[in-house]
Design a protein around this ligand. Sequence first.
Ligand code: CAA
Length: 286
Amino acid sequence: MEIRKIGVVGLGAMGAGIAQLCVEAGVETVGREVTAELGERARDRIAHFLTRKVEKGQLGEPERDTAVGRLSLTTDVGDLADCDLVIEAIVEELGPKQELFAELDRLTRPDAVLATNTSAFSVTEIASATTRPERVVGMHFFNPAPLMPLVEIVRAELTADEPFETAYAFGERIGKTPIRCHDTPGFVVNRVLIPLLNDCVRVLDEARVTPEDLDTGLKNGAGWPMGPCTLVDLVGIDVHVHASDALYEKTREPRMAPPPRLVAMRNAGLLGRKSGRGFYRYGAEG
Ligand code: CAA
């Protein structure tokens, strides 16, 4: 199926990144946020990163303007009615996701593909809120979506071949490297990465190593592009704790459970880069 128009629901860091990839790839994109202000904020974010590309000579100014112009904003889910593919990137809570998918099921064309960017929930459970679970897939992007090459294309229990391959082909079209997998807790990368990052946080206390030294260790001793503390700050302490909780609930493997140190940071509002403070300090507070 050819994707001519795409909807992205939720324009936070992930949704805005996904929308950026779509408009850069020449696809007409409708972005839906709960308020016009949040939508504008996402458009500004996209324009900012595309302007950086212009400044670095990676993109022409007219191409930037055309790309930004491909994004239309709405607060009304009804405006996604004629989209060929809708990617959901809203809050990581099952209830709101299922409600949204039930609504998308009612108002989009029967042949539209509905995708979720969830990292913590079962795609099958989200698909069960619709009357067309065969057209629901996972498209799991990594943070920051415009820079990380991977997208996991997740086949839920009832996903049919055609929408699954449509999502895979769309991932390639927007410049990603897709991989195919089934709907299991953590899919592929988080199943490995989350317990690994949790181990890293536990090592902070066990080895009495500083976040700076731990990051230096993994970067220089294991070739990581950024250290684990920097990475958890980037992902968001709350997002990481939530994903760990979800994996632990499903697998009952102790390494999946969020380390108490991270839970305490989350409870104290130290959420990483987005709150200005996590393992490190950022921005005005830095
Ligand atoms: N969106 C769009 N563009 C962005 C961006 C963003 N969020 N962040 C940065 N950029 C652009 C900027 O314009 C930047 O250039 P300037 O600084 O000149 O403005 C440009 O990208 C390049 O940025 P960097 O120089 O910082 O790029 P880098 O070479 O240092 O690589 C990186 C950055 C790709 C993030 C690299 O450090 C990396 O691979 N880190 C690991 C990230 C990772 O593991 N992510 C997975 C997290 S887990 C997850 O996401 C799963 C989950 O479900 C929670």
